[in-house]
Structures are given as C-alpha cells and as structure tokens.
Design a binder for this molecule. Sequence first.
Ligand SMILES: *Cc1c(COP(=O)(O)O)cnc(C)c1O
Length: 369
Amino acid sequence: MTADETLMEFSQRIARLPRYPVAGGYALPDDVAMLASNETPFGPVPQALEAVQRATMTAHRYPDPSNARLRAALSDRTGVPSSRIAIGNGSCDVLLAAGEALLEPGAELVHAWPSFSVYPHLAAASGATAITVPLDAEHGHDLDAMAGEVTVATRLVIVCNPNNPTSTALPAAQVAAFVADLPRHVVVILDEAYCEFNVLDDPDTTIDLLDNHPNLVLLRTFSKVYGLAGLRVGYGLCGSEGMVQALDQVRQPFFCNVAAQAAAAEALRHQDTVAQRVERTVMARVEVEEGLRALGLDPARSQANFAWFDVDRDPERAAQLEPEVVVGLRDRGVLVRAGTALGRDGALRVTYGTEAENTRFLDALRAVL
Ligand SMILES: *Cc1c(COP(=O)(O)O)cnc(C)c1O
C-alpha cells in the first residue's frame, strides 16, 4: 500500500466483513482435478448453451428485470406461483439480499457452524448479531440447540440441508417439525443448494411446507447439479409474496443477465440429465467413501456431491497434517478445500469429480498419507 492509499476511509462494515476464501487453481494448467468448489464435472446441457447463444443476440438490450420466463418455468416445475419465486445472480445473491432485507443492529441471526462460508457475511454486513450453533458429533445440524437460541430478537434462521462443508443431511420430517415449532416472526432460509443429490427424501418434499409457512424460503441454485455455476443464477421459493418484494427492493434491477435467464429456463427442461447426474454422484459417493475408509479415515455420511473428513482419526494430528496434505494433493494436480478455511482444522472438503478424477484423488491421498 502507498502512503496515499492508507488515507482512504472505508466504512466500518469493511473492517467487519470476512473475505471469501478463494479456491485458487484458476491459473494452473488444464490437467488439474478441480475438486475444491463443489461444481459438477459435467458441463451444461448443449441445449442450454444454444439458449445462451440465442439470448446473447439481444445483448444490446437490458434483461427482463422481472425474470418472467424463468419464473414461469420454475413455477411449472415446482407448483409454486411465480409471484412467490425470487431469482438471483446466483443463490448467494438471494441470501445476501435476505440479510439486507431482514437484519440490522440489534437483530439476531442463528445458523450452524461449520456451515456455508457466506453466512457470516450477513451479520457482518448488517451489524446484526450472529448466534452460531456447533454441529453435532456426526457433523449434522443440532436443530434442538438452534431452536433454543431463538429469541424475540431473532429475525432469521438458516439451515443448510445438505450442509456445506460437512455433506450431511437432516431428514425432511425433522426440518418440517423444526420450522413448525418456530415463532412466526422468524424467517427460515432452508439452503438446498445440494438437495438434488440427497437420497434421504424426495428433493421436492419441502416445497409443500411453503403453503403453511409464509416465513419460509427454500434457496436453490443452478450452480451445482445443473452445471451453470459460471453463469450465476439461483432462486428462492418463498412462502410469501412480501418476501419476494423485499428481496427485489434491496437489489439493483438487472441482477440476472440474459444468458443466465435463458440457460436456466432451458436447463430445467432436462430433468433426465439431472437424474443421470444424481445417479453418477451416488456412485462416486460410494467409491470415494470406500476409498477413504480403506485409508483408515472416517468420512461424514454424505448426501451431497462432496466428501468431508479429518485427515487423521486423531484430531490433533489431523490439524497438524492438514496443510501438508493440501499441498501434497496440489502437487499431484488435485485441488481440494482445507477445513481450516471452513471452520474445522484437520478436515478436507473434496468434491466428487469424474471417475478418473476420483481415482486420481484417492491415489494422491494414499501417496501423501
Ligand atoms: C454452492 C452453494 C450455494 C450456491 O451458490 P450460487 O451463488 O448459487 O452459486 C448456495 N449455498 C450453498 C450452501 C452452497 O454450497
């Protein structure tokens, strides 16, 4: 920093705001297994790419700020009326907008930890107080403990199901009971970025809860199973129209670009591809979990497209080993996420890749350990 630079005065929230832990690897050669960001290894469906090409012919015009076609397509698929669907520039956009719409100094937000690395931003950006509730011994949400933290000041509770970074999922019936028992003034965001990969329940069972719970938002994304992470589009299925209006009020009008809107609407039409990807993910899950167990490790019970495990059964040794393991894997062309950056020293989060990438990861891990 130059002397002149240090004279700039940023707002207090800049000092509070955490910086997103960047995965790295974007400047590495092509022959790298990118297993750090929970993307799908399969590309967008070709029809979505064609839709992008058609949409960009009108790139001199602003996109439809009401996202009407995409909301209609989502409404058709989910049965939720368009007026209760919020679109976002990725689902993180909807999440951060919810923070702005609901939180302020004096308000409280309850979420589990370790959980999604973006949640701490909501309290930091708004000046609200974050109450973080530790996961249970099986790396899952402790819903009773979370309910116990709710007060008159609570505005928002976030439940990540399946949970990132720990991969575990709660049965839908437990989530339903939790939502039903909360006071009605508390908004619940159920972050379902990985719901398609969860085989405990039909991914769409939670949609029925919206009819009885105006305070509920189901947060979903095109970044994971649909393979559109680079285009940035996600959505919230909401229990009330008022929530959609508030989410739109706090954002700029054109938050979702023409290419993203068109690709997402098209991708929804290919549920057969979604089903195939889920099947391949479940096969990868079995292969990776078996491989980790064969190395003497104890992965969490994943219902997502990634694994979470300590690099040693002894927590202290795991914490010591973790940095070396991450570097050792990187030297072998395998990029993963270090648990330290995600709330648990000694753990790794590893996205399932193609069959070849999964084998490469397991071979590399064996060599490093
Ligand atoms: C990946 C992910 C998202 C999706 O983020 P986008 O902004 O839609 O790309 C949301 N929540 C969790 C928990 C995630 O892991």
